[in-house]
Ligand binder design. Structure first.
Ligand code: ADP
Length: 813
């Protein structure tokens, strides 16, 4: 316990405000004073007893503190030594004598003078105090060993033999505390409490010191490690150089070799070497190094000068095309012509090279065919497989990239290398995959190419396809041009309408109209079955599908223009057969290799489930208010039924069945035509005023559009109004004008094939479409009867049963 005794002596001394550097009793400190008032106070003190009072400012930033800005507890110091510095400053070694409390200021000018009373602590020293002193002593040593900065005089003082009180002041002086906290320690008149506070402060300081030490040692270690590694690496480089080649050098040598082997064009090689040199200079740890390697790999792995031999044997090609594909006669012929021209052009080029000066260029230009074929037709008609066959015939590699849904030019042309994870576009990827620079390159689904804000992919495609430009196709990633001119591009599409016109302009379109039932049968028998037997490992079991079953699959399990679904169904059957056989073999029942195992209709139904499609026409009868139209879709042709019903009403026309605008207009036009011909059809002139008409096209969920159903709609309307029965076996297509003229339409080949497939007997076509029948299979032409109409009147005669004209009914006339 401490007892505070105040000595009131009525003494006064000059007072000097200090911003920091509080001195405690029995401690010494060198201080510098500069403020004029302070210097005056010191000079006065030097003349007297060399003593004055130091008092801390509450706010160190105040330059000319008033008495109110100062704490009231201060310390009397004696001036031990002093020296005048420049600018009138004084350096003073002061020694703390005793704590004082200021009672009253007596003067403020020329310096502060105040009356004070001395504060004397009288201590009871107990074990706790002793223990704290010991503890502090040790901790202080620890702090110093951790790097605490203590000036030499203080160090000597604190470890000399001191009373606990003096020790506590010494510790207070050396602790690293802010001024106000030191002031608190000075004002603390209870020694035990002061010691306790010091224990806390010192502990905090040690913790900070420890953390600092850790951080420094870590940085130090890292720094040392870095230096060490660098030195070692440098040494290694020198050693390896002596022994012949560093790791980097090896990489350099390897890439150099690859670059040479790739036989790139000159400027590409230059670029590759430049990038390689950048790579070698780069630190191993630079993330860019790996990007550079990928880039160099791409450059060196592209088949810059790898070509399949370029000799075209047209006869051989003919043989191969026939080997791989049934039918498609006209198409194959067209392809062979194309190959022949290619061959001749090649010869001509050689000739031209020989006789540079000869004036052949004009003629040649005329001969140059548009280089790019475009196979257009529904899915599964053999576009891709024909492309593959062409490659086989030319002994070239085949690659296919699908353009469906590509909206971003960068997908075709690559991303710039600044993008993370950038790669070349699909065209260059295709070339890499082909491993040669003159593959047969199929660009699938060019009609599905999109475009949006990321650029127009068709521009990149045009560049790739244009023979004028494609010898230097630029890919953003490669940054160097690639010569695509030796590749043979074939494009495919389901429809022509959505192909960008600029692109379509470059294409030589070849139509694949779809197969008739007989053709499908032949394809299944001669090609698909063989292919699927092989694919399912069934060749040695001699599995067969009976002819009737194949027909059943075609008619009841598929409804398509191509043969893809048919192939899938055959695959399903073979898969199930393979499983049955394999299971039997598993059980050890050595399966007697049957001479042949034939799949009959019942097996097919067992494997494929109930029929998926019923016959179009079987359940249909000749009806009133119904006509059979022909439609064209992306999946080929199809037949569609138009239904018309009449109700008493007020002349309204309703249209249902998901009809597009053009088709709706067609309905209006057909009605207008019928109204204008009321006399011919024996109708009342105002027949429409008392009835409502409803035109519906079933399979209401499927959107339908186009003008070509006009004829069928008009026929259904007339049938409904005149109660003449429409023949179910007659199908028709054609646009109809208000005056009943029948206009030419598109997609006739597909439509006729669909009509044949559906079992239609007579097809009514616009007269101007007669020319489209040329390319149809003979069998189709033979089986169907064609009527070419110029006017609706002719259509009605054929499509409706004139004889079954019902009795007049007043409500509808
Ligand atoms: P597309 O590319 O037109 O959608 P694919 O070329 O993929 O159609 O043909 C689908 C399947 O039908 C392939 O297995 C193909 O071999 C086969 N195929 C199509 N047409 C014929 C044909 N005329 N002769 C033999 N197989 C054919």
């Amino acid at each position: 316990m401490s007892i505070l005794v105040t000595k009131k002596e009525g003494k006064k001394l000059p007072v000097v405000p200090i911003r920091d550097g509080l001195v405690f009793p029995k401690t010494e400190a060198p201080l510098i004073f500069g403020r004029p008032k302070t210097v005056k106070a010191f000079k006065a003190a030097l003349k007297k007893n060399k003593q004055l009072i130091l008092v801390l400012q509450k706010d160190g930033k105040i330059n000319e503190p008033r008495t109110g800005d100062l704490y009231t507890t201060g310390i009397i110091i004696s001036i031990e030594r002093f020296a005048s510095l420049e600018h009138g400053e004084l350096q003073v070694l002061v020694r703390g004598l005793s704590k004082v409390r200021l009672i009253q200021y007596e003067a403020e000018e020329p310096y502060l003078v105040a009356q004070y009373e001395e504060l004397v602590e009288q201590d009871m020293i107990d074990d706790e105090i002793k223990a704290m002193v010991l503890y502090l002593n040790n901790e202080l040593k620890k702090a110093i060993s951790l790097g605490k900065n203590v000036d030499f005089i203080s160090l000597m003082n604190v470890f000399s033999d001191l009373s606990p009180r003096d020790f506590s002041y010494q510790v207070a002086a050396v602790l690293d505390l802010k001024a106000s906290t030191k002031q608190e320690l000075l004002e603390e008149n209870n020694m035990k409490k002061r010691l306790k506070k010091e224990v806390d402060y010192l502990a905090k300081e040690i913790k900070v010191l420890e953390i600092e030490r850790k951080i420094t040692s870590k940085t130090q270690k890292q720094f040392e490690k870095g230096v060490r590694e660098n030195v070692l690496r440098e040494k290694m480089r020198t050693i390896e150089k002596e022994l012949g080649g560093t790791k980097e050098n090896k990489e350099f040598v390897e890439y150099r070799k690859k670059i040479k082997q790739a036989k790139m064009p000159n400027e590409v090689e230059k670029k590759a070497i430049k990038e390689l040199e950048r790579l070698v200079k780069m630190s191993q740890y630079n993330p860019e190094a790996s990007y550079l390697r990928t880039y160099l790999d791409w450059l060196t792995e592209l088949p810059w000068s790898v070509f399949s031999p370029n000799d075209i044997d047209v006869k051989q090609a003919d043989k191969i095309l026939n080997e791989d594909h049934y039918g498609l006669k006209k198409i194959k012929e067209r392809i062979l012509e194309y190959l022949a021209v290619m061959k001749l052009r090649k010869g001509q080029k050689k000739l031209k090279a020989k006789n540079e000066k000869e004036k052949t260029s004009k003629k040649q230009k005329e001969i140059l065919p548009p280089t790019i074929l475009c196979f257009v037709g529904p899915p599964g008609v053999g576009k891709t497989s024909l492309g593959r066959s062409i490659a086989r015939a030319l002994k070239r590699k085949f690659v296919k990239i699908s353009l469906g849904g590509i909206r971003d030019e960068a997908e075709l042309r690559g991303h710039r290398r600044t993008y993370v994870g950038a790669l070349p576009g699909r065209i260059i990827q295709g070339i890499k995959q082909a491993e040669t620079s003159n593959p047969v390159f199929m660009l699938d689904e060019i009609d599905k190419l999109g475009r949006d804000f990321r650029g127009d992919p068709s521009a990149a495609l045009l560049e790739a396809l244009d023979p004028e430009q494609n010898h230097s196709f630029s890919d953003h990633y490669l940054e160097v041009n690639y010569d695509l001119s030796k590749a043979m591009f074939i494009t495919t599409a389901n429809v022509l309408e959505t192909i960008p016109p600029a692109l379509l302009d470059r294409l030589e379109v070849i139509h694949f109209p779809g197969y008739t039932g007989d053709e499908k049968f032949a394809i299944a028998k001669q090609f698909l079955m063989k292919k699927q037997l092989g694919a399912h490992g069934l060749e040695r079991y001699k599995v067969k599908i009976s002819d009737g079953t194949i027909e059943l699959i075609i008619n009841r399990y598929t409804r398509e223009a191509g043969v893809r679904e048919l192939e899938r169904q055959i695959a399903t059957i073979f898969r199930k057969v393979a499983r049955t056989i394999a299971e039997k073999e598993d059980k050890g029942k050595k399966i007697k290799k049957p001479k042949s195992l034939t799949i009959i209709k019942n097996d097919a139904i067992k494997y494929l489930g109930p029929y998926k499609y019923t016959s179009y026409l079987a359940e249909k009868h000749d009806e009133v208010g119904m006509a059979t139209g022909l439609a064209w879709t992306q999946a080929g042709g199809d037949i569609l039924f138009i239904e018309v019903s009449i109700m008493p009403g007020k002349g309204r026309l309703s249209l249902t069945g998901h009809l597009g605008n053009v088709m709706k207009e067609s309905c209006q036009a057909a009605l207008s035509y019928v109204r204008s011909r009321w006399q011919l059809f024996d109708l009342n002139q105002k027949f429409y005023e008392k009835i409502d008409l409803h035109i519906h096209v079933p399979e209401g969920a499927v959107p339908k559009d186009g003008p070509s159903a006009g004829v069928a709609i008009a026929t259904a309307l007339i049938s409904a109004l005149t109660k003449q029965y429409a023949k179910k076996s007659v199908a028709m297509t054609g646009e109809v004008t208000l005056r009943g003229r029948v206009l030419e339409v598109g997609g006739v080949k597909e439509k006729v094939i669909a009509a044949h497939r559906a079992g239609i007997k007579t097809v009514i076509l616009p007269k101007n479409n007669k020319k489209d029948l040329v390319e149809l299979p003979k069998k189709t032409l033979k089986d169907l009867k064609f009527v070419f109409a110029e006017h609706m009147d002719e259509v009605v005669k054929i499509a409706l049963h004139q004889t079954q004209k019902p009795k007049k009914s007043k409500s509808s006339r």
